[in-house]
Design a protein around this ligand. Structure first.
Ligand code: ARG
Ligand code: GLU
Length: 722
């Protein structure tokens, strides 16, 4: 009898646990104690849940920030020193770079605090506390009201909660929805706005392997940069001032010099941006068959043109490097995502799940719940959504996808020129000057025109005529006399428009007056922009918004239903750019039959990739010398190898870049910076066999700071643990 019972328990345990794969999940720090702590301990974690997150005492969360708008960073000294990824600080590094002072190419190291470079607009955000406010947010909401009423009530409640939460403080508050609107948390933040660049390796280290190696393992990128957070003398956030002092953070991470070995516990603590784990098969098929392929095609074309331009001159390389990196990043990720989803038979798996779900829903119908028609509604909605989704991708990525037209988008306030008074004209001129500078600093007219030609061509050929901007009639006119009317159209636009040429634009802005309004109404690129926007507003967004509105509410209900369907499964909430913990272990993997990828890379691999003829693989001379002399200091592993990066099974996504990777004792062992290509579908479906996050070994960063850059004073600021 006892034995039978035991077997039954085993079976049940298996049935219920099987739903959460090992290491899958991005968990809420506040709830670790409740849901994850036992599992973390079993996997090797040696501290307490309170050490990770606590409101009463300092904890790890006090050392972690949102860096800028989309990355994570962490404190590594008591003087406000912050480490994040090179690719997260890339925009700042680029802005400080010119042909004379080319920090992208040569790196930058402040010799002391007086040399650190301010970055207007860059902020770091600390989390002070978080709190479950679901009840307060949903106060007044019931099943009887309409979705629109629900939305209004929730908005009002949230406004009240946030304004009360930070009354008489300098903190900022936001409320975020979890589980698609089934749970709400309040976040209290402290935002610092004086953040200075302290040091960055050259791109040949910080971006080694470039877009060729991006999203790939084995990897050899020294993807880190150092900043410092400053505050007023009172320790509170203050705008940049040379009188500001370095922030003394409540907590900073000690740095482990011991490295990791296969199987070691690791945990990533940071800000994953967005995932879609619980979407229906129809949404997966939209991503795999419509959204991703369209974006891949458009971006692939763009990259052909931009990469060629970047090869042709050092100036265009500086100008287009950040743009190329961001275009290529999505492009390559989506290629990997489709492959991964295909390999996992993602659609089939979702359908199997949905079949079971449907059976359950049909058999448990009660008065107060009816989940039976969720899936059929989804099906209908995604079918309706398809053509609008497609056109919207094409407008955003292709139609409005070159710099000249992007400038017109940013200057739609020019519409106010009509009958404008003197003050308005002056204000518009000022705005135009600054937005123009932003675009033209990194603008090459010939390259932009080539982009315009190919983007227009794609739009013209691939998007149904009902979504064509009215101004495409010009293309029709050109087709009578020109063999390639789209090229003729581009010639016309780029020779006439004030937005396509820096000198013409500056002249136009200097002479700005109410009369300029009529010039604008004849400017080809300006008119084209207005027509694209008109198509978008009249024919796309009002349709798609209506559909998405219904999908959103369905998502909320479906999420709740899935949780009721599998009451013993531990559901983690989709990423929503709030602070999360993910944990797992250092682990090699098999990317394909008979191939095994080891869990770490070394400097030897950098030398193997060395090729002075290929920009991405041009190893700096100094690094080669250090390698030849085996001058690795105390940063080498036991065997004398200098490790560069390693991989683990932590479930991460975009936004986790720069996140601290910690060992069982809460010491920093690395900086998260990427995922492997075989695992990029983990935003939708995680696979423990194949999904790995890619981590910079902190010792390689220290080696670069110390041995390569000679910035030992920075190392001395840190707390190294041997
Ligand atoms: N794939 C990484 C992430 O998603 C790194 C991107 C930056 N690097 C690059 N070569 N584009 O952010
Ligand atoms: N590089 C990504 C970022 O910027 C992290 C990679 C990922 O998507 O996991 O956050």
């Amino acid at each position: 009898m006892a034995r039978k019972f035991f077997v039954l328990v085993l079976i049940l345990k298996f049935l219920f646990n099987v739903f959460v794969y090992a290491d899958e999940g991005m968990w809420i720090p506040l709830l670790l104690e409740k849901y994850n702590f036992e599992d973390m301990k079993a996997k090797g974690f040696k501290l307490t849940a309170e050490d990770i997150y606590s409101v009463n005492k300092t904890s790890m969360k006090d050392a972690i920030v949102i860096f800028g708008r989309g990355c994570t960073g962490e404190m590594i000294s008591e003087k406000g020193l912050l480490i994040t990824n090179h690719h997260c600080g890339y925009g700042q590094i680029q802005r400080h770079s010119s042909l004379e002072n080319d920090y992208l190419t040569h790196g930058f190291w402040a010799k002391d605090m007086s040399q650190e470079l301010p970055n207007p607009g860059l902020t770091v955000t600390f989390l002070i506390s978080m709190e479950d406010v679901t009840e307060k947010v949903l106060q007044g909401v019931s099943d009887k009201i309409t979705e629109a009423e629900r939305y209004q009530i929730i908005k009002k409640n949230i406004d009240k909660i946030t304004s009360e939460a930070v009354k008489n403080t300098h903190y900022k508050a936001r409320v975020e929805s979890f589980y698609n609107g089934n749970q709400y948390f309040l976040f209290i933040n402290e935002v610092f706005e004086d953040v200075r660049l302290v040091g960055t390796p050259p791109s040949s280290i910080g971006k080694f392997g470039g877009d060729t190696d991006n999203w790939m393992w084995p990897r050899h990128t020294g993807d880190f940069a150092l900043f410092r957070v400053y505050c007023g003398k009172d320790g509170k956030p203050a705008p940049y001032s040379k009188d500001n002092v370095p922030l003394k953070p409540r907590k900073y991470f000690p740095i482990s010099m011991k490295g990791v070995v296969e199987g070691d516990f690791t945990m990533v603590f940071g800000y994953p941006g967005s995932t879609s784990q619980y979407i229906p098969s129809f949404a997966v098929q939209e991503i795999m068959n419509e959204t991703d392929p369209a974006r891949i095609l458009i971006r692939g074309k763009k990259l052909d043109i931009i990469n060629q331009a970047m090869e042709s001159s050092p100036l265009t390389r500086i100008q287009y490097s950040a743009k190329a990196a961001s275009i290529a990043n999505g492009w390559k990720k989506w290629i990997g995502e489709i492959r991964g989803l295909k390999r996992l038979n993602a659609i089939e798996r979702k359908i199997n799940f949905e079949t079971e779900f449907q059976k359950w829903a049909d058999s448990t119908k009660t008065d107060d719940k009816n989940y039976s028609n969720i899936l059929s509604k989804y099906k209908e909605l995604y079918a309706q959504r398809s053509k609008y989704n497609f056109a919207s991708i094409y407008i955003n990525e292709a139609g409005l996808g070159c710099d000249a037209i992007l400038l017109t988008v940013r200057l739609r306030s020019f519409e106010n020129l009509k009958n404008a008074d003197k003050n308005t004209v002056e204000a518009l001129a000022k705005e135009a000057k600054s937005k123009g500078d932003g675009i033209f600093k990194d603008y090459d007219e010939q390259t932009d025109k080539k982009l315009f030609i190919e983007m227009t061509r794609l739009y013209y050929n691939n998007v149904p005529a009902e979504f064509h901007p009215a101004y495409f009639s010009m293309i029709g006119k050109f087709s009578k006399k020109h063999s390639d009317p789209i090229v003729a159209f581009a010639d016309y636009c780029y020779s006439k428009s004030v937005f396509a040429n820096k000198a013409r634009f500056e002249k136009f802005v200097n002479e700005l007056s109410p009369k300029s309004y009529s010039i604008l109404q004849k400017d080809p690129i300006y008119v084209l922009m207005k027509d694209y926007i008109a198509v978008f507003q009249d024919k796309i967004s009002n349709q798609i918004d209506k559909i998405d509105y219904v999908i959103d509410s369905l998502d909320r209900i479906y999420m709740k239903a899935q949780m009721e369907f599998q009451p013993n499964r531990l559901f983690f909430p989709d990423a929503n750019f709030t602070l999360r913990v993910t944990y797992g272990q250092v682990s090699s993997y098999y990317p394909a039959d008979a191939i095994k990828y080891n869990y770490f890379t070394t400097i030897t691999g950098i030398m193997e990739k060395d090729n002075p003829d290929i920009y991405d693989y041009d190893v700096p001379k100094k690094l080669k010398e250090l390698y030849i002399n085996k001058d690795f200091g105390s940063y080498a592993d036991k065997d004398g190898n200098l490790r560069v990066a390693f991989i683990a099974t932590n479930h991460t996504t975009g936004g986790n870049s720069g996140s601290p990777v910690l060992n069982a004792y809460g010491e920093l062992v690395g900086i998260n910076f990427d995922r492997n290509w075989e695992g990029t579908m983990s935003d939708i479906m995680y696979d423990p066999e194949m999904c790995r996050n890619i981590i910079l070994d902190i010792r390689y960063a220290l080696f670069v700071i110390d041995k390569y850059a000679g910035a030992k004073h920075l190392i001395e600021e840190m707390d190294l643990r041997y």
